[in-house]
Each structure stands twice: as C-alpha cells, then as structure tokens.
Ligand binder design. Structure first.
Ligand SMILES: [Zn+2]
Length: 428
C-alpha cells in the first residue's frame, strides 16, 4: 500500500511537471504580425511612436488580447496598461512582468513587442495548464518607452514634472499624450508604486545586439542595464588663416579633438571589461575650409555596468587631455550633460532565470544590457530581472529587426518558469 502511494505520488508529480506548458511559437508569430499591422511602414517594420494613432490602435489590440486571456485590465493615471490575474493569496505582493509596444520612428516589429506579447503568452499558458499562482500577477504594458521611459518613470514615482511639457515624437507633449491614452495627468501621483509593492518585476526583451545570435545561444541572462554618462567637451584653440599660419604656430582645436578622440578610444580599450566610450558628434568653429578651427564642441559618452568604471575611464581621458592641451596649445573643458546610473538586476533572479532556461534545455549567457529599458526604473522599486532572446544579426531600431518564432517562444517559456520559481520564493 505504502509503495502504491509513493508510486501514485511520483506519477502525479511528474504529471504536474509535464503539464507546465511551453511558449507557442505559432501563436507568438501570429500575434507579432497582427500587432505589426498597426503603424506598418513600407520597409516591413513599424513606425508606432507613442501617442500616435497607430500606438493607440496597437494598445487597443493588446488590451483585447489581455481581456480575452481573462486579465482584469485597467489604465493607471499615466496611461500604462495593467492586467491583473488573481493569485491564491491576494494579500501577497504581485509579481509583475511586461514591456512596451511603442516604437522608434522607422522601427521594427520586435523591440518591446516580444516582451509584451511574451507576458500575455505566460497568462495563456497558465490558463491552459489551469495553474493558479500564490501571488497575484500583473502584466504591465508601459507607455512611451522609446521617448524616455515615461510610463515606467511615472509608475516608479520618478517622472520629473518638467518632462510633461516635452514634445514627443508624435508632436504631442507628454501631458497631451497621457490624456490621449486615457490617463489623467492631474492624478499622476496615484500611478506611483512604492518600494515593496511588487514581489518582483521581470522583462523579456530582444537583445538588440548580436552576441546571442553570433554565438548561437538561446537566452541572455541580463546582469543589469548599463549606466550612461555624457559630456559636452569644448576645446578652445585659436582661429587663424589656414594659408598664412605656419604649421608650428597653430593652436588647432580640431587637431586636439582628433587626438582626444583617439585617446578616448584607447582609454576604453586599454583596461579589461566591457566598457564602451564614444564620440558621437563633433562640430568645428567657425567651420570654414580656409580657417583653422578656434573651437571644437564634441560629445563624449561612456557606458558600463559599474559607475566607478565609468568614472575611472573618464579620469584617464582627462589625464590624456592634459597632455594633448600641452601638445596643441589648446584648453579642454568637460561639462556633464547627462548621468544615468547603472541598474543592476537582482542576482537571485539572475540565478532563477538561468535555472529556468537550463531546465528547458536552453543555453544561456550572462550579459549586460547596453540599451535602456523600463526594467531599469522598476529596479528602483522591486527586485528585477531581465531575459534576452536573440536578435538576428544584432539589428534593432530598424525594419529588419527579427527574432524567430521559436526564440520568442523560448523567451516566454523562460519568463513563465521564472515567474513560477519566484512564486515559491521569498525575496525580501
Ligand atoms: Zn524596447
């Protein structure tokens, strides 16, 4: 008898394990294509900037999917779409997951969409498996990610009031956009969730780089979203006649800028690590073929997962700058114009994501996110994790962005298994 019970028990345990469904590649592909019709551009991608007609229509489509999957859907005051699924114990903090469906102008069909539809896919799979989690679940579709993480900033209570009057890519201000989506700017503070409100937050997203595709790895376990520091660099020399001033009597700001650009590249490559440094824009003044530039204004951007690393690369650039000043008879001034601190993901969630992928027979790699995501805001209020799936040839923010149906389904499977693991875990 005892043996029979043990046999029955183990049969039923393995039965439950087999019942946990995996992402459906066909359903994900069908939905990606259906969502891609809203704002479709002639090149095969989408131009669905936040607050545009296409964005509003795409949101209606996604809300329909959420309601059909049985979620209780509402908009918060910022216009974020939130769909709730009750848990066994609704006093527990919800597990939240989601992404965005707005795009850059001339964008592709996968950035944000894979994570949004992947979150809905998890709900479909839970329904199909008749699984009720302990914790309530919240699918969140953030508004206006591409225009500066507006929806997630509002949800985390860190949207600066001054942002409301910024003009977005749709031509509408953020304030007008929120009203257009059905939010309420007057009650924006009601959208803000406090630290501890969520048990955890997860975001599935395409990698937007080429590492996973190149190496043939299924899943990226994101270590964190890199910090970004940007400076405006002004180099002052002496403008003079380009024909009559001998080479040894020049204080050429452009020559100093060229040397500094190379020094910036060296500073980022001469130490171990994945830090990146870029000069993205350079302007010479007065900007005439026959005048030695007396002034150059250029940008400097450094990104890394460690803020200290960013500062140490910058310190090396500054010390090289002092040598360049002497060599060229110029002065170099740096003004910090933007600073986004790195947002590390929760190491416990990284382990759960890696374990979930392994159980599904998928290969993984630990990697930073070089691009910004709503998850970086969510990391300020909740233990946060991110899951990457491969982007073909590393293309993103362009119409030929592509992730295969199987890769999308893999991402949804890993997302669901991670949610189920988090459901059994206390984190705080
Ligand atoms: Zn995105």
């Amino acid at each position: 008898m005892k043996l029979l019970i043990v046999v029955l028990l183990s049969l039923s345990i393995s039965g439950i394990a087999q019942k946990i469904p995996q992402g459906n590649p066909k359903r994900m592909e069908d939905r990606i294509l259906a969502l891609g019709r809203f704002g479709a551009n002639p090149e095969g991608g989408v131009s669905r900037v936040a607050y545009s007609e296409a964005d509003i229509a795409g949101r209606a489509y996604v809300m329909g999917l959420m309601k059909n999957a049985g979620l209780e859907v509402h908009l918060d005051a910022a216009g974020n779409i939130i769909g709730r699924r009750a848990g066994k114990d609704n006093k527990l903090a919800p597990i939240a997951f989601g992404s965005h469906i707005d795009s850059v102008p001339g964008g592709g069909n996968y950035d944000g969409d894979v994570g949004s539809l992947g979150a809905i896919e998890c709900i479909e799979l839970l329904n199909e498996g008749k699984i009720t989690t302990q914790h309530p679940l919240e699918v969140i579709i953030f508004q206006n990610e591409e225009g500066g993480l507006i929806g997630s900033e509002a949800l985390c209570g860190i949207l600066p009031a001054t942002s409301l009057d910024l003009v977005s890519n749709s031509g509408k201000t953020i304030r007008q956009g929120i009203a257009e989506l059905g939010g309420n700017v007057e009650k924006l503070s009601e959208a803000a969730r406090k630290k501890g409100y969520y048990h955890a937050f997860l975001e599935l997203h395409i990698e937007q780089g080429g590492i996973l595709d190149k190496k043939g790895i299924n899943i990226g376990v994101v270590e964190g979203i890199v910090g970004i520091n940007q400076w405006s660099v002004t180099i002052t020399g002496k403008g003079n006649h380009a024909g009559t001033t001998p080479m040894d009597q020049r204080q050429d700001a452009m020559v100093a800028a060229a040397k500094l650009t190379l020094a910036i590249n060296r500073a980022a490559t001469s130490v171990p690590g994945r830090q990146v440094a870029t000069v993205g824009r350079i302007q010479a003044f007065p900007g005439a073929p026959n005048v030695i530039p007396g002034k150059v204004i250029m940008t400097l951007e450094i990104r890394d997962l460690s803020h200290e690393k960013i500062l140490s690369v910058f310190a090396e650039i500054q010390s090289q700058g002092i040598i360049i000043e002497k060599e060229t008879g110029t002065t170099i001034a740096y003004t910090l114009t933007n600073e986004n601190l790195p947002a590390p993901t929760d190491p416990r969630i990284q382990s759960l994501v890696a374990a979930a992928a392994k159980e599904l027979g998928l290969t993984t790699q630990l990697m930073p996110s070089g691009a910004g995501h709503d998850a970086q805001d969510m990391a300020t209020i909740a233990p946060t994790g991110m899951i990457f799936v491969p982007s073909k040839n590393g293309v993103s923010h362009a119409p030929d962005e592509y992730t295969s149906p199987q890769d999308m389904a893999n991402g949804a499977s890993v997302l669901l298994q991670t949610i189920l693991k988090l459901d059994k875990q206390t984190l705080n």
